[in-house]
Design a protein around this ligand. Structure first.
Ligand SMILES: *Cc1c(COP(=O)(O)O)cnc(C)c1O
Length: 409
């Protein structure tokens, strides 16, 4: 007997129609018939619901930015441009996409910005989150070359990290941001050069599910911003407090308590030190805004048994869903939420491993999961596919090419 491995929790908001999974009121089989398989389906109403709940929970004076690297699919991006207060980009390519989607409030973080990327951002009036003193020098030089005062913020490498986060991006030696002791000098340089001083960007980590860890980080971030502003004697117009809001992917993961976070942050924002009294604050979120609003559908093209283990072989795989295969920053392979979409109401009957069509043993979408009996032609759904799916997977591997993507009602 193979040992059953549970799958992660299916996100709220997915319902069935005639026994099948439906997204935006359309049945999985209809979606696949019309758009082909595999396909990423993103739900506008789930995106809206998520944003509405978040705005309800967060203090009113807080802006919510969308970090578009989570999902840059043009129709979804356009939707997020109108739903969010700003768009955070991390490359010149994303700048082009954000401008095409009509974004107006854009900020640009990320190490290794090329001169051309800095120039395009400066000319577009985008806030640049400076990652190093030399990048600061380049931005000032390029600004004077093209006769535009650049809008500059300093990304700070904080002296703390987000506890329990999946990916740590602050604390210790990091390629992101400037070490605290460099900040005052760089601020002075920016102010002297006549650039527009925007403020700070402090991002301490990603994918945290514990409200208390996020609250503690936000408190530390506010204290740090206040301290740095005092040191340099200049009030920041804007402080980006980072993000780190996680979503449940695996068995046992619990959704984040955003009401608790919002209440704690609201209290802090109404008791700020004088130097931050006129500062505007933002958080930047990727997966939390879009991750659960997307599902990946892939058809079963073979069913086989090997030494007692049943395999459902699909026409999809890790070239579209690298993270679900356990090969994107995870140590132990655990199962993402998954289901047989074409038999969504059926009870589990057997233990199967769902694999992709790539010629590598890494290409496993779900190990030894309990599922209704699926045959060739049935459709598998892998949930939490709205973030870091299509965009963060090696679509060209084995000549497979990208999956279709659609945004539905
Ligand atoms: C990747 C990234 C984000 C988004 O992270 P999520 O975990 O998707 O919310 C936000 N800010 C910065 C600076 C990032 O690099």
């Amino acid at each position: 007997m193979t040992k059953i491995k549970p799958v992660g929790p299916i996100p709220d908001g997915y319902t069935s129609l005639d026994g099948e999974l439906s997204v935006g009121g359309i049945k999985a089989s209809q979606i696949v018939d019309q758009h082909g398989s595999p396909v990423f389906v993103y739900s506008r109403s789930l995106l809206d619901q998520r944003m509405a709940e978040l705005k309800q929970a967060m203090p009113e004076q807080l802006d919510i930015h969308y970090a578009m690297k989570a999902n840059p699919f043009a129709p979804l991006l356009k939707h997020m441009v109108s739903a969010a207060d700003g768009i955070d980009i991390a490359s010149g390519g994303e700048l082009v996409m954000a401008l095409a989607a009509g974004a107006r409030h854009i900020s640009f973080a990320g190490p290794g910005k090329r001169d051309e990327e800095l120039r395009a951002a400066i000319e577009a009036g985008v806030t640049i989150n400076l990652e190093s003193p030399t990048e600061c020098d380049r931005a000032l030089r390029i600004g004077s070359e093209c006769g535009v005062a650049p809008v500059l913020a300093i990304r700070v490498n904080p002296d703390f990290d987000l506890k329990g986060s999946g990916m740590k991006m602050g604390g210790g030696a990091k390629q992101f941001g400037m070490d605290i002791e460099l900040v005052a000098g760089e601020m002075e340089k920016i102010l002297k050069a006549g650039a527009k001083w925007r403020g700070f960007h402090i991002f301490a980590g990603s994918q945290a599910l514990k409200a208390d860890a996020i609250i503690e980080t936000q408190i530390q971030t506010l204290e740090l911003a206040g301290r740095l502003a005092e040191e340099a004697g200049a009030a920041p117009e804007h402080v980006n407090l980072g993000g780190g809001f996680g979503i449940p992917y695996f068995p046992g993961d619990e959704p984040l308590d955003i009401t608790k976070i919002g209440a704690a942050l609201g209290e802090r924002l109404s008791n700020l030190p004088d130097i931050l009294k006129n500062t505007r604050f933002a958080i930047e979120l990727g997966r939390y805004l879009v991750g659960e609003a997307g599902v990946y559908l892939t058809r079963v093209i073979d069913r086989k048994v090997s030494r007692g283990e049943t395999f459902l072989v699909t026409d999809g795989g890790l070239h579209h869903q690298l993270a679900a295969s356990g090969n994107f920053g995870t140590v132990v392979k655990r199962n993402y939420p998954a289901a047989i979409a074409s038999k969504f109401d059926d009870k589990p009957e057997e233990t199967v491993s769902i694999v992709g069509c790539l010629c590598t043993p890494l290409d496993r979408l779900s190990d030894n999961a309990e599922m209704p009996r699926a045959e060739v032609g049935d459709i598998v759904a892998i949930f939490c596919a709205g973030a870091y799916g299509a965009t963060a997977s090696p679509a060209n591997f084995l000549g497979q090419g990208p999956a279709a993507e659609i945004l539905v009602g």
